[in-house]
Design a protein around this ligand. Structure first.
Ligand code: I3P
Length: 129
């Protein structure tokens, strides 16, 4: 079973619990998308970042096996700070090997900085096997 196994020893162990961040997907499969910022509940797992549009409570319920979420596989992904892709401050960009690009942003710098560091650590641990 490849569904969400939160808090267990499975591959989807939660590393950083959810928080609302502003998210915009700006490219899919290398094709540029129209930017649309939305507040999204974000959860970092051992090999992917999960996005939930709904409330925290629903997101937590949906983390159960068979739950519904939208996610990014962090294996091979690149995470970096960007000042060019947005007029907003505190923006990080995640680019996947298959050409998906996401921006994450928070007005509070320590919030987004914490996510940047945690995601980077996860990406690094995946590449080092
Ligand atoms: C976009 C919207 C985004 C803005 C983007 C605009 O306009 O204002 O908030 O991104 O700028 O194109 P629209 O709603 O008409 O699509 P930022 O807030 O990140 O600057 P961009 O085209 O320079 O990315």
């Amino acid at each position: 079973q490849s569904q969400h196994n939160v808090g267990g020893s499975g591959e989807l162990q939660t590393l950083l619990k959810g928080e609302y961040l502003n998210k915009a997907k700006i490219a899919e499969g290398g094709k540029k998308l129209r930017k649309n910022w939305t507040a999204t509940w974000v959860v970092l797992c051992s090999n992917q970042l999960l996005f939930f549009k709904e409330s925290k409570q629903e997101a937590v319920a949906n983390l159960k096996p068979g739950g519904k979420s939208d996610g990014v596989d962090l294996c091979g992904a690149v995470i970096e700070w960007t000042t060019e892709k947005s007029s907003r401050k505190n923006v990080i960009q995640i680019t996947t090997p298959n050409g998906h690009e996401f921006l994450l942003q928070a007005d509070h710098f320590p919030t987004i900085s914490k996510w940047h560091d945690a995601i980077k650590k996860t990406v690094d641990s995946l590449s080092s096997g």
